[in-house]
Design a protein around this ligand. Structure first.
Ligand code: ATP
Length: 467
């Protein structure tokens, strides 16, 4: 890394101070694993979704979008294996009752316990290292046995019995099941031919044992997933294509390559053909940002068996039917959000002053341009600035600010990553006749200013917003 990464505390403080992220239910003392996006956070998250959708649906010829519901028939989660097997290894500190993930405690002392290892194996590993493993809360070394804890979040939707927990419904633990169960609908109703993909963005819920590390691990979070349905024999070639495309996605957004790393899973689940993660250098080290998986025909076969509905694909070329293999790309909005704040956070010196600046790509910036009248107490300047604001906000998220001196207004916009500031001064009104109807456009990254007409400013922002 050319510059030192910001600490997590720095990011948390900026995100709170500037209205990006608030702890959920803060006035009631918070709620672990849940966070709210503030006004600028909502914009940034929405721009992250839009950038992903553009790359995955708009610019691809054979990927269509979907928006399936959070609730499904509970049989979906039985068929997928989540009811019986979607669990993490839990240990509890006997001294302070803090629950932790056994694999994460082992990882902290450099012992790899892949998430797929059996309960017996992880207990054996844990026992072998008990003397070194400390509770992250109280520092003691007195833990229970490791047990499996199911991550599915239960609900009583549509179940009015007192003992509804006997037959719960589930909030989805991942968005892709909604894609698998709509595979046949899409094939039957939209002109798609294999290989083709279905992409979806939506909320997912997991009873994470220890939702630490800020928005990296939440209990309510959002996934952006794409499932590509392929012929069995072409699955691995397509898998490689998607590995490269997803890597390039981050580079195109402006991430430095040295902050990204590949991680290959060692213990694959029995049906998987390959699993690689793209890791990002978060403030707490390299951790999974996105997973790219070759899942074989497991998902559609499971749903075909459990539902009794034929989910095979009629191959026109050969006149045969086959169950497609799946290549999946899966990334969280929240982890991307944290990676973006980390990647583009900067402190530098400008005009002899130290400033904090978010060097966000224009496409991701919550506010594209801020419009300032030079002086607040000159009605003719304010009126002209309002006129310019009205033009710009038709096309872009903009902000109007007449509060404080110009320098302060710039600093405020730098901190939220606004790439352009537009100032209306007396020349705009015609004090220097040849400058009438021109404004100053100030660039966030360099602090440089140029004099442009309003239509040139619109075009400049428009061009810069494309990535
Ligand atoms: P981890 O090993 O960190 O628990 P995972 O391997 O269980 O993650 P997947 O099930 O592959 O994650 O989910 C795909 C993506 O969804 C992850 O790469 C991540 O970006 C996001 N994601 C998963 N769990 C969470 C969570 N609890 N909070 C925020 N994002 C998450």
């Amino acid at each position: 890394m050319s510059k030192e990464s910001p600490t997590l505390e720095t990011i948390v403080s900026l995100a709170k101070r500037r209205g990006f992220i608030y702890p959920s239910s803060e006035i009631y003392g918070g709620f672990p694993g849940v966070y709210d996006f503030g006004p600028y956070g909502a914009e940034l998250a929405s721009n992250i979704r839009r950038a992903w959708w553009k790359a995955m649906v708009q610019e691809e010829v054979n990927i269509v979008g979907l928006d399936s519901s959070i609730f499904t028939n509970p049989k979906v989660w039985e068929a997928s294996g989540h009811v019986s097997g979607f669990s993490d290894p839990l240990v509890e500190c006997r001294a302070c009752n803090t629950r932790s993930r056994a694999d994460h405690l082992l990882e902290a002392i450099d012992v790899v316990a892949d998430e797929k290892i059996s309960l017996e194996e992880i207990n054996a590993l844990f026992d072998a290292h008990r003397k070194q493993i400390v509770c992250p809360n109280c520092g003691k070394k007195d833990f229970t046995e490791v047990r499996r804890f199911n991550l599915l979040v239960q609900s009583n939707l549509g179940n009015f019995a007192n003992d509804w927990t006997k037959e719960p419904t589930y909030l989805r633990g991942e968005t892709c099941q909604g894609i698998y169960i709509n595979f046949k609908n899409v094939v039957d109703t939209v002109r798609v031919k294999i290989p083709f993909g279905i992409a979806q963005i939506g909320k997912a819920f997991r009873n994470e044992i220890a939702p630490r590390q800020y928005i990296f691990r939440k209990r309510e979070f959002e996934q952006m997933e794409m499932q590509m349905f392929t012929r069995p024999e072409e699955a691995m070639t397509i898998y490689e294509v998607w590995r490269q495309k997803r890597w390039k996605f981050y580079l195109d957004l402006g991430f430095k390559e040295e902050n990204l790393k590949w991680h290959e899973h060692e213990n694959l689940v029995f049906y998987a053909k390959a699993a690689w993660d793209i890791e990002y250098r978060f403030p707490f080290g390299f951790k999974e940002l996105e997973g790219i998986h070759a899942r074989g025909d497991y998902d559609l076969t499971q749903h075909q068996t459990h539902s009794g509905v034929d989910l095979s694909y009629p191959d026109e070329a050969s006149g045969t039917r086959f169950v497609p293999h799946i290549v999946e790309t899966s990334v969280g909005v929240d982890r991307t959000f944290l990676a973006v704040l980390t990647e583009f956070y900067d402190e530098d010196e400008l005009g002899g002053e130290t400033r904090t600046v978010l060097r966000l790509p224009v496409a991701l910036a919550p506010i594209k341009a801020a419009v300032f009248p030079l002086l607040k107490n000159k009605p003719e300047l304010v009126a002209k600035a309002e006129e310019v604001f009205a033009v710009l906000k038709k096309e872009f998220m903009c902000e109007f600010d007449d509060n404080g001196n110009i320098g302060k207004r710039y600093r405020r916009q730098d901190e939220i990553g606004t790439p352009f500031c537009v100032t209306i001064d007396f020349d705009t009104l015609g004090e220097t006749p040849e400058l009438k109807d021109t404004v100053t456009l100030r660039h966030r990254d360099t602090g440089e200013q140029e004099r442009l007409s309003i239509s040139e400013v619109v075009e400049r922002i428009r061009q810069a917003s494309i990535y």
